[in-house]
Design a binder for this molecule. Structure first.
Ligand code: PLP
Length: 430
């Protein structure tokens, strides 16, 4: 196999990237899961150009830009239930930091304060970003282990995985089993727990770990029962990826706080948001401005250029009925992988709609992983790239998260290339 070289992109259009050496690549991961409508979409390009002609940046501290205000209203319209207050930041990790601080401060200063509630529960193999608070929640060795000395320790929940089930637990029992594990922890810790933080439905960076259906709504019920806030991190799952605007919509769940990023601007510009329900907001209202203020703010939070891109991106969902086609496109993507579904080294093909992970294993029957030194996932992705499809692995899970606007033909071709790469790299492995 050719030496792996860093790819440098000089241009992109739709789902296609062109490297400085002239290679054309299908963008199989939507530029780190964020490029929803493809590259250089005329409407988003135009919205940013128009905004440039008005104002490029205005702080949200003490003032705001009209476009940012309009975007906040728009976000309230599209997010679940009564999520109704929007706090802007610049990236997904920062939106999680804001959520953590908001939750803690809420318990301190609401009408009936519960100041002992200062801890968080996060799932096993959680990933919520790379800033320190987000790293504290994280449970992935490579991203998080080294930083243990400088972070807080969360209460660790189960890995609500539908592929590798605990001994003696059947697929049908999985949801009850994981919910019971969460409940045991809540019984023990609810007095000190500020919030449960979780990715709804699919834990992306953990390797597209897909939760049993119903688990999210069970966690919502448990949070209500034990008076613990629910923070849903939709940075990866949001904006259509799972076939609904937000993963929470699949189970009609309204978290107390939701974090969004990545696809918010169609993947164009850095922007994220922490969206809260009224009871959270009300705990920050006071007679004098300073007494209950949320002392947290980012210089570029709510940036008008990013807000213009986000408005245009959200409009495109309704203009093109995009959500209606995402589930169907997900099915096309899945069926394009049918050729390797029974391969001896393909353990699982999972995810939701346009969020797909293919787990490569040494032994399909026992689900035994490859030795990480074999770099199987990386080798498969390198081969796929040589063949014209840019995909990236998470360990030995090959990730496919193309732009939502990819055509059926593009998806079929991308799937065929990934199948070929897996077939070639794993020929005679098992
Ligand atoms: N939360 C989740 C679920 C993510 O997948 C990510 C990034 O992949 C983040 C938070 C962090 O977002 P960012 O990279 O924009 O800081």
């Amino acid at each position: 196999m050719a030496e792996y070289e860093k790819l440098v992109i000089s241009e992109a259009e739709g789902c296609w990237l062109t490297t400085t050496t002239g290679q054309r690549l299908f963008d199989g991961v939507a530029s780190l899961w964020c490029n929803v409508h493809g590259h250089r979409h005329p409407s988003i390009d135009e919205a940013i150009r128009n905004q440039l002609g008005r104002v490029a940046h205005i702080t949200t501290l003490g003032m705001s830009a009209d476009i940012t205000e309009a975007l906040a209203e728009r976000i309230v319209e599209i997010t679940p239930g009564d999520l109704s207050h929007v706090f802007f930041s610049s990236d997904g990790s920062s939106s999680v930091e804001a959520a953590l601080k908001m939750a803690l401060q809420y318990w301190h200063q609401r009408q009936n304060p519960r100041p002992k509630k200062t801890r968080y529960l996060a799932m096993s193999l959680a990933y919520h970003g790379d800033t320190t608070g987000a790293v504290s929640l994280g449970g992935i060795k490579y991203f998080h282990q080294l930083f243990a000395p400088i972070v807080f320790t969360p209460i660790r929940g189960p890995l609500p995985c539908s592929y590798r089930l605990p001994d003696g637990v059947s697929v049908d029992e999985a949801c009850d089993h994981y919910a019971a594990e969460v409940e045991t922890l809540l019984k023990q810790h609810h007095e000190t727990l500020a919030a449960i933080v979780m990715e709804p439905l699919v834990q992306g960076a953990a390797g597209m770990i897909t939760h049993p259906s119903g688990f999210l709504s069970r966690v919502r019920q448990l949070c209500d029962h034990y008076e613990v806030l629910l923070i849903c991190d939709e940075v990866a799952t949001g904006f259509g990826r799972t076939g609904r605007m937000f993963a929470c919509d699949h189970e009609s769940v309204t978290p107390d706080i939701m974090t969004i990023g990545k696809g918010l601007t169609g993947g164009y510009l850095p922007m994220a948001a922490t969206v809260a329900r009224p009871h959270l907001f009300e705990a920050f209202l006071a007679a004098t401005a300073e007494s209950k203020q949320f002392f947290h703010g980012h210089t570029f939070g709510g940036n008008p250029l990013a807000a213009a891109a986000a408005m245009a991106s959200i409009d495109l969902f309704s203009e093109n009925n995009l959500l209606e086609s995402v589930e169907q496109k997900g099915r096309v993507l899945r069926s394009s992988l049918a050729g390797i579904a029974n391969h001896a080294n393909v353990g699982d093909i999972r995810g939701r709609a346009m969020m797909v992970g293919i787990e490569l294993v040494k032994d399909r029957e026992t689900k035994m992983p490859f030795d990480s030194a074999e770099l199987v996932g990386k080798r498969v992705c390198q081969r796929a790239t040589e063949l014209g499809v840019w995909v990236r692995p998470l360990g030995d899970v090959v990730i496919l998260m193309p732009p939502l606007i990819a055509t059926d033909e593009e998806l079929q071709r991308a799937g065929a290339v990934v199948c070929q790469a897996i077939g070639e790299v794993l020929e005679g492995e098992s």
